[in-house]
Design a binder for this molecule. Structure first.
Ligand code: FSX
Length: 360
């Protein structure tokens, strides 16, 4: 692609028809949770958009985030890296290796200084000078600080880059920290999940490409469009929770009838993500649909928040009382309660204690 060539020109050169382009825009519009009438605005924006240069760094992680990205359906990984972005550096996906690979990162940084998007997966080890994870003999910390200098924005992909993840779990032997603890002078969007949903990773990149800016974020830096609700809010088993019907084992009659997995340790009520709506593997399903509770993998410190199979709270809860109380106290008080509850959740996580129904 010629530098500064618009996406519209590139697609026309490749023989992509108007119909196929609008179909693509429809997929992007729905991915970004925009109303259907926004398709034409998205098409107009995308036609003029310039493919951003993307530099992708991988630090302390398991490569699950990249594995997840390669299973993106809409847009596919191929569409993403050949049409939408210029992926100039990515350890796992690039053909170049050794000095050639490092040179391509340096060249991309120079060519698009101040404009490229820096994507990071994995946490950054700080203990003992950061020696626990190095690339080409340089610490992750060193490479991150250098690469962040010319970035327009940073996307922390995965719970490790967003909140520290597994490497930061107690006793955190490498002194792992999230990207946001190292870089403080750039806009950072977090895309947590261990791994994150592929459509959410590509959705954030598509948003940046379409609008030239990061999406609206919550207080943990997560895009509200994907992390605005809990798994519990949209879970298809929720009606059973509301009626107090809980599976007691993974293969009892209740489990087979689709009853709530809350008593089997499901962390859906405290986990913000769009697994229940966007789903996985091209929309086929998500863990709870497969019969396993949510592990809470997109929340900070989820590895240290107690057993995956320990219920969050007492076995049953009279939700009608809770709902009536919430309606009675009004929205302002509800917001205050939610802030207080979040503080309790944080304290419980810190103390490694079980959360109770009141904490919810
Ligand atoms: Fe972490 Fe990602 Fe979990 Fe793994 O890059 S969020 S361990 S899926 O690979 O960083």
């Amino acid at each position: 692609m010629i530098p500064n060539e618009s996406l519209g020109t590139l697609l026309a050169q490749r023989g992509v028809s108007r119909r196929a382009f609008l179909k693509f825009c429809t997929a992007i519009t729905s991915l970004l949770a925009l109303p259907p009438q926004a398709v034409h605005a998205v098409a107009a924006a995308l036609e003029k958009a310039r493919r951003p240069s993307v530099i992708w760094l991988s630090f302390q992680e398991c490569t699950g985030c990249t594995e997840s990205l390669t299973r993106s359906y809409s847009p596919t990984l191929e569409t993403l890296i050949f049409d939408m972005i210029s992926l100039d550096y990515h350890h796992t996906l690039q053909a170049a290796s050794g000095t050639h690979a490092e040179k391509s990162r340096e060249e991309a940084m120079k060519a698009s200084f101040g404009k490229y998007l820096l994507v990071v997966d994995g946490s950054v080890p700080l203990r003992d000078g950061g020696i626990y994870s190095t690339i080409a003999g340089r610490t992750n910390l060193d490479i991150l600080q250098e690469s962040a200098k010319g970035a327009a924005a940073i996307v922390s992909v995965g719970t490790c880059a967003s909140f520290g993840g597994l490497p930061k779990a107690r006793p955190n032997p490498s002194g792992a920290v999230p990207v946001s603890e190292v870089i403080r002078d750039k806009p950072i969007v977090t895309v947590p999940g261990c791994p994150p949903i592929p459509a959410v990773i590509t959705g954030v990149l598509a948003h940046y490409l379409t609008f030239g800016e990061l999406p609206a974020l919550d207080r943990l830096g997560r895009p509200v469009s994907f992390y605005g609700e809990t798994i519990h809010d949209r879970c298809y088993r929720r009606p059973f929770y509301d009626r107090g019907k809980f599976a007691k084992t993974f293969d009892d009659e209740g489990a087979r009838a689709g009853w709530c997995l809350y008593e089997l340790g499901c962390k859906g009520p405290t986990t913000r993500n769009s697994c229940a709506t966007t789903k996985w593997n091209g929309g086929i399903g998500f863990p709870i649909e497969a019969g396993h509770g949510c592990l809470g993998c997109s929340e900070p410190d989820f590895w240290d928040a107690g057993s995956f199979y320990t219920p969050l709270a007492a076995a049953t809860v009279d939700v009608t009382t809770v709902a009536e109380a919430a309606a009675a106290i009004g929205a302002g008080a509800a917001v205050a309660m939610s802030v207080a509850d979040e503080a309790k959740r944080r304290a419980a996580r810190k103390a490694h204690e079980k959360m109770t129904v009141k904490d919810l």
